[in-house]
Design a binder for this molecule. Structure first.
Ligand code: 6A9
Length: 781
């Protein structure tokens, strides 16, 4: 057989990187910037995890034994089933400091992280972790104080052997526990120091499967417990271990400091001074100072001085702290599904994306500890106001994940650790599916502030060179949406990828929109026009136009973003395509009937055995029409500020928003009107309502932002907008803060009846936008 050598090496198109210089190769992301962000708490999926921003890093982390009703369990990976009554970063600056509280039954752990770079440190500097273990009830009699067991580990993903040093341990003096050497940081050492009486044991393992570390430690402990009846690591090690686990056991309360110093191979590296400075009272002093800096920066970045009561202040700090403390670094290859490939079947029907790095905030540490494209745009609304360098670095990473077609996979499941959290059928990403281009939300704000000269000059320069390099990618991204998601009519769009064959879903889902089960046309078709996507395209074109302006780009034919933005915000065209003028509401358009329901169908299996399944029944022929569901989607033209301030339609929108029988609740706006035929309806037997009623903070932020806008614009409804704005803002903040103090967590959504947090808890992704609501920071368009 003759093979064409060129064909042989050519990658399938879908996994071919976008052919342009990588954003992350820009000089501004090298040098000092890169080094300053090298180490961090970049493993959000574990309760405390440290790594460097490099593919095969040294990892550090914490485990402990939790005790509930006399039963023991290992805590390591963030899991709801561990039932911690609260945990999260109360402070974190995204760079060199964080403070976290974890409450596990009767035990409270406080973990602090501090980074420092001094003469003698290796690349990326040194870092310290303080673990402070307290009993929850402060006043307990001596004899009730039990022993706690915590475990601190170092692991080398690259497989390098780590050396143990456990002879003559003297924790009061400060002892070397482990050491090693790597290309990136040179020689390194791990030290432990404590004023308390600690017992230290260890175990060493050699394995590539670092994500199974909890099991390895549990097995080791289990075997010891069975043999000797004690909870103690074996004090043995595999030959050339790449993982070392140290068990610290002591009576509660106790404190221990663990220090990592790098560059220790060199003579003048001053290890002893560095360890001293990062432990004991010196560490205490530095942590206090960092905490003060955080508090000041919090008030300054969000203009919050004197604006907040102390409960809101605490919740607000936890929100931004967790957003920053939840930033992770991942490395690996996405799986891309290939629907067109007949040779492969089922779950094997995928190919791998190129190996890639992703630095990103995550929606939820226990449930979704990985990157999600449209979540990220909302995260960046908050992060750029805190530290624009971090924001550009994150946005740059995302844009570098673009393929030659201008597509970016929506959910990033990179590496074994990330994969272990996702059921197999959800792993492959579909190259036909998009996700709202929310990165433009953050870019719009950044560009606007740039135009207003709000940044210091070094920042302005970096933003400009970032935009310069990002431009071709942003254009390609825009084009991807504009071509692959376009509808039949000129300047119409619809989310591709809805399932037209399903018989089980009450309303086939639109996962790519981000609004999953939010009701759309009952019968997916090419005739659909999705209102939200149209408005996202308006945002994208408008933002492209403003970037082109900043960069002085010529408007080439076909790339006149200003003209596109004009078209997409044309009030007449919008109204023709999406307005129900009797109602004054905007809707999707498509092949639709309201007369659908789920019913149980009996299937005979053999002669006398029947199974039941819940299937959809359609009681009327669908027809092309507006899809009459009032909810978040119908408010998109309002969120996009497309409606002129003097229009009667604006008044109608304000009515829909403020009407308690429609969208208004005392806790924020419902995702779907109470009057909708699908309000709080399950989609299948296994799919409870998700975007069909509950309150979501990202959309409420967008709506609040538009209310704020209309409350400043001259027009007959200005005062009305202002009043609604004030009430809605108060309701949203009050409810999130109340839930935070009552439950210890921020939540994925809030119940529209009682305001109770629901869905994933420790959802410190876009729910953290509550800080911007507090700050009244909305950006201008
Ligand atoms: C699939 C399921 C144990 C759903 O916040 C992330 C996303 C949002 O982007 C989206 O808009 N969440 C929202 O509707 C969470 C989605 C998680 C998908 C996980 C695996 C089993 O996991």
């Amino acid at each position: 057989r003759l093979v064409n050598p060129v064909e042989e090496v050519r990658r399938p198109r879908v996994v071919t990187p976008f052919p342009a210089p990588k954003i992350m190769d820009l000089p501004q992301f090298q040098g000092e910037h890169r080094e300053s962000l090298y180490w961090g708490t970049y493993r959000p999926q574990v309760y405390l995890g440290i790594r460097a921003r490099t593919p095969w890093s040294l990892l550090a982390g914490l485990m402990w034994i939790g005790v509930k009703d006399g039963r023991y369990a290992m805590r390591h990976v963030c899991q709801d089933s561990d039932e911690l009554s609260t945990y999260g970063w109360t402070h974190h600056n995204g760079r060199d400091f964080g403070h976290q509280i974890l409450v596990d039954q009767d035990m409270t752990l406080a973990t602090s992280f501090l980074k420092s770079k001094v003469d003698g440190s290796g690349y990326g500097g040194d870092w310290a972790v303080r673990i402070d273990v307290q009993s929850k009830q402060s006043e307990r009699s001596e004899d009730m104080l039990r022993t706690a067991h915590i475990f601190f580990y170092m692991a080398d993903e690259d497989g390098h052997a780590l050396s143990l040093s456990t002879d003559n341990l003297d924790v009061h003096e400060g002892s070397l526990l482990a050491s090693g050497s790597r290309m990136d940081v040179g020689g390194w050492q791990l030290h432990l120091k404590s004023m308390d009486d600690l017992e230290v044991h260890y175990s060493g393992f050699k394995t590539n499967h670092i994500h199974n570390l909890s099991e390895l430690v549990q097995e080791n402990l289990g075997a010891q417990a069975r043999k000797y009846g004690r909870l103690q690591l074996s004090d043995t090690s595999d030959g050339s271990p790449n993982i070392l686990v140290f068990q610290v056991s002591a009576r509660i309360p106790f404190k221990t400091d663990i220090v990592f110093v790098s560059g220790t191979g060199l003579q003048s590296s001053g290890v002893e001074e560095r360890v001293n400075s990062l432990t004991g009272t010196s560490l205490t002093g530095q942590l206090k100072e960092k905490q003060r800096e955080f508090d000041t920066k919090f008030e300054k970045s969000f203009n919050l001085a004197d604006k907040l009561d102390s409960e809101s202040m605490i919740a607000g700090k936890a929100a931004i702290g967790n957003m920053l403390g939840g930033i992770g670094y991942f490395y690996g290859q996405s799986k891309i599904s290939l629907p067109g490939n007949p040779n492969l079947g089922g779950l094997n029907n995928f190919i791998s994306y190129w190996p890639a790095e992703l630095y990103t905030a995550v929606p939820s540490r226990p449930f979704f500890p990985r990157g999600f494209l449209w979540d990220e745009g909302f995260h960046q609304l908050l992060i750029w106001r805190w530290d624009v360098h971090i924001s550009l670095d994150i946005i740059g990473h995302w844009l570098d994940l673009m393929n030659i077609d201008g597509w970016i996979p929506r959910e990033q499941i990179l590496g074994a650790e990330a994969r272990s959290k996702v059921p197999e059928e959800f792993i492959p990403q579909h190259p036909t599916n998009g996700n709202p281009p929310t990165l433009f939300l953050a870019l719009r704000d950044i560009v606007h502030s740039l135009k207003q000269n709000k940044f210091i000059s070094t920042e302005s320069k970096e933003i400009s060179s970032f935009l310069e390099r990002a431009y071709v990618r942003l254009e390609a991204w825009f084009q991807w949406f504009n071509t692959t998601q376009s509808g039949k009519e000129m300047s119409s769009y619809y989310w591709h990828g809805r399932d037209i064959t399903t018989t089980r879903e009450l309303n086939p889902k639109t996962l790519s929109s981000g609004l999953d089960d939010y009701p759309r046309a009952s019968h997916p078709s090419e005739d659909e026009r999705h209102l939200d996507l149209r408005c996202w395209m308006y945002l994208a074109s408008d933002c492209m136009h403003s970037i082109a302006e900043v960069l002085d780009k010529d408007t080439k034919p076909g790339k006149d973003y200003g003209a596109t933005a004009k078209l997409l915000s044309d009030f007449q065209i919008l109204n023709q395509m999406h307005l129900d003028d009797k109602y004054g509401a905007y809707f999707d358009f498509g092949n639709h009937t309201e007369k659908v329901r789920l019913h149980w169908k009996e299937n005979m299996v053999g002669h006398n055995h029947a199974t039941r399944e819940l299937v959809r029944e359609v009681l009327e022929r669908p027809e092309l029409r507006l899809v009459p569901h009032v909810g978040y989607v119908s408010l998109f033209p309002f969120m996009g500020r497309i409606i002129p301030p003097e229009s009667w339609i604006l008044e109608k929108q304000l009515d829909l928003i403020s009407n308690q029988s429609i969208l208004w609740t005392d806790y924020g706006l419902r995702s779907l009107s109470k009057t909708s035929s699908l309000y709080m309806k399950r989609n299948t037997e296994h799919d409870p309502p998700y975007w069909r009623g509950p309150i979501w903070m990202n959309m409420n932020y967008m709506i609040l932002s538009a209310l704020h806008h209309y409350s400043k614009e001259d027009g007959p409804y200005r005062d009305k907008a202002r009043a609604i704005y004030d009430d809605l803002r108060g309701n949203l903040i009050r409810n999130v803060v109340r839930n935070y103090h009552q439950t210890g967590f921020l939540w994925e959504q809030y119940d529209q009846r009682k305001g109770k947090g629901k869905g994933a808890r420790v959802f410190t992704g876009w729910t953290a936008l509550v800080v911007l609501m507090m700050a009244e920071a909305y950006g201008e368009s």
